[in-house]
Design a protein. Structure first.
Length: 509
């Protein structure tokens, strides 16, 4: 389906602007219990060749066929209420070795100071000892080392760096638990799941806005989510599916291990450390029970119109056909979160008119251009094609671009005395990595601006090598042509890729 046809698809599926006739618009029932998981925005069918499960996890070690986990996955698919009482035996030495090899080689060390290379010396003996301690109950989790990284808004985000052995065991446990939870998790959940990425979430949202009945968008933000997860509720949620007390005790030990900052240990009564290997899965489990299952029931309780949901970890975006549904949902969601120790950020949670008719409706009310919202590093804007039809435009978020440019400037100043070819290789790799994520259609101008600012930052660093610099803009343009990739669109239109990925079987077409 081409670009113009996609815009027409969006218009043809709309019933026009909101109506006050009181009619209830029929809506599909997504992710029915007992059926293979489907996308709310997609209506996605399982991938070809899967027998009732979605995104079957392949072992990272690729040691043959993971028959044991396949049987776990098959049992989880057949019985959605089954509790698994024997799982720890799946944590084998081979799985621990695969977990070790999958870790980042140059990642920062935890509180014990052990690096990946150091642990690799006499690896087999270390893994055998770790395996034995885990299975006889002698393994003890170490506290996380607290560090801070800058956020796009200028604040500091706390991260917890786990010890290397904790990372290994956590990664192995995650692989085992994913065999169960990838069956349970709903289609509109994208964050930190095997076979899913940020662009999959962005594609689903773009497809929904273009081709479904979306007139309003709710951009929801959970205040300090990773720091406010209630341990008691989390363990209860895990025990819905996991009856192996040894696995549950391991999770409890990681949660209670605490953090070490400036040599001072502090207890963690709530929350899970951002940066720990187990944290994304635990966060998904928590929101699966607190939000995902609840929002499915909420949509079936007689909303006036259609509702779409896209969630990437704790980033939530919902689309509504009618504003009255937005108000009711927001109030109900706030009460729901309060029951489980979560809170909507009052300043960052907002709803706005968005979609095909947003420009016309706001113009009629003298309100100017439609508002925009950010999701996963992109600002989403109501635009138009050359033919005057609605088009979802996505630009790189200004906060994200400023943060990235600031870090590049600082690093270029540190590297300014290196030979220019070494600088060029580094900065070229950085720009290519940036384009690999941000080079989407409608974002060409922002990519060109980014490349220009990087070139200017590089010129500034080269001129600071000495007081008698000989670098002018003419030479700088030549260096940029030599080392920096030209901005070009690397991603297809999201609705085209979405259709390819779902093999044309989406029910929303």
């Amino acid at each position: 389906m081409g670009r113009v046809e996609k815009a027409e698809c969006r218009e043809s599926t709309m019933n026009g602007p909101e109506k006050s006739d009181g009619l209830v618009v029929p809506m599909k029932s997504p992710n029915d219990a007992g059926l293979p998981t489907k996308e709310v925005a997609e209506g996605r069918s399982p991938a070809k060749g899967n027998t009732g499960e979605q995104n079957a996890l392949r072992t990272q070690s690729r040691i043959g066929a993971p028959s044991a986990l396949d049987r776990v996955r098959e049992a989880a698919t057949k019985d959605r209420k089954k509790r698994f009482t024997a799982l720890l035996h799946h944590v084998t030495i081979d799985r621990l070795r695969a977990a070790y090899l999958a870790l980042q080689r140059k990642a920062a060390a935890g509180v014990d100071g052990v690096t990946w290379d150091e642990y690799g010396h006499d690896l087999e003996a270390r893994l055998a000892d770790l395996h034995a301690r885990v299975h006889r109950g002698a393994y003890r989790a170490k506290p996380s080392r607290r560090v801070y990284i800058p956020k796009p808004d200028g604040r500091q985000r706390p991260l917890g760096i786990a010890a290397l052995e904790d990372k290994i065991v956590q990664r192995a446990i995650v692989e085992v638990l994913n065999a169960i939870y990838e069956v349970d998790f709903v289609g509109f959940s994208y964050g930190f799941r095997p076979g899913r990425s940020q662009h999959h979430a962005l594609d689903a949202l773009a497809f929904a806005i273009m081709c479904k009945k979306v007139n309003w968008v709710l951009d929801a933000d959970i205040r300090g989510f990773f720091d406010t997860i209630d341990h008691g509720w989390l363990v209860k949620f895990v025990e819905h599916r996991i009856g192996d007390k040894r696995i549950v005790r391991l999770i409890q030990r990681w949660l209670a291990a605490g953090v070490l900052e400036d040599g001072i240990w502090s207890n963690t009564d709530e929350g899970t450390p951002q940066g720990a290997t187990i944290s994304p899965l635990l966060a998904n489990i928590y929101l699966h029970y607190v939000f995902d299952l609840w929002v499915q029931q909420w949509r079936r309780r007689g909303t006036r119109g259609e509702v779409i949901v896209v969630r990437y970890a704790d980033d939530l975006v919902l689309g509504f056909q009618h504003e009255s549904d937005v108000g009711r949902f927001r109030a109900d969601l706030r009460r729901r979160f309060e029951q489980f120790g979560l809170e909507l950020h009052r300043d960052k949670t907002r709803h706005l008119r968005f979609g095909t008719f947003a420009q016309e409706r706001r113009r009629e009310r003298g309100q100017g251009k439609p508002e925009v919202f950010d999701f996963l590093g992109f600002t989403h804007i109501c635009g138009k094609t050359r033919a005057g039809k609605f088009l979802l435009v996505r630009h790189t978020s200004k906060h994200r671009m400023r943060t990235k440019l600031r870090s590049i400037r600082e690093e270029l100043m540190r590297r300014r005395h290196l030979p220019i070819p070494l600088q060029g290789k580094w900065v070229g790799a950085v720009v290519r990595g940036y384009f690999a994520y941000h080079a989407v259609p409608t974002n060409s101008q922002a990519m060109g601006s980014f490349r220009f600012e990087v070139t200017r930052a590089w010129l500034h660093a080269l001129r600071r090598r000495s007081q008698r610099h000989r670098v002018n803009w003419q030479r700088m343009h030549a260096l940029a042509e030599r080392w920096l990739p030209a901005p070009s669109v690397l991603h297809p239109y999201p609705w085209d890729r979405f259709e390819d990925r779902t093999r044309g079987r989406s029910r929303v077409r």
